[in-house]
Write a protein that binds this ligand. Sequence first.
Ligand code: RP5
Length: 164
Amino acid sequence: MKKIAIIMGSDSDLPIVEKAMKMLDQFEVPYEAHVYSAHRTPEQAREFAVNAKANGFGAIIAAAGMAAHLAGAFAANTTLPVVGIPVSSGSLNGVDALYSTVQMPTGIPVATVAVNGAANAALLCVEMLAISDDVLAEKLEEYRKADTQKTLNKNSAVEEKYNH
Ligand code: RP5
């Protein structure tokens, strides 16, 4: 199976990024995590992106806060799908990172999830790999069914408590 690269702009992004790791662990999808910054370590970031496909990665998750150019910088240097996680940090609470991540020019896409939406970033990557992996596709179906059931259970609890 292809690996997922999880790149974060700083180790201060870890509390958010760990949600993506947890989700990939749940689906037994292999990943590597790295700290590379578009601004602080641009050469290392470029090197990783340029070689990612040859190194067995199938998609890249890039998480960064503030002027979050990380996902875009990775997308500029690979044709692998790049999923961007805008991280809330600093005085603008992630709106800055959201805009910096999502507003990519035509030709260099970044699939941007919600601010701090690390679990969905991982799920998108699982869905990409599942296109050519029937076992993973089956796990996704089971995950979705369990998620639906959880919400139905919440509905039952609310209905029972408040509807007389
Ligand atoms: C971004 O700046 C990082 O992704 C992080 O979200 C934010 C703050 O970084 P640190 O100053 O905590 O290293 O580049």
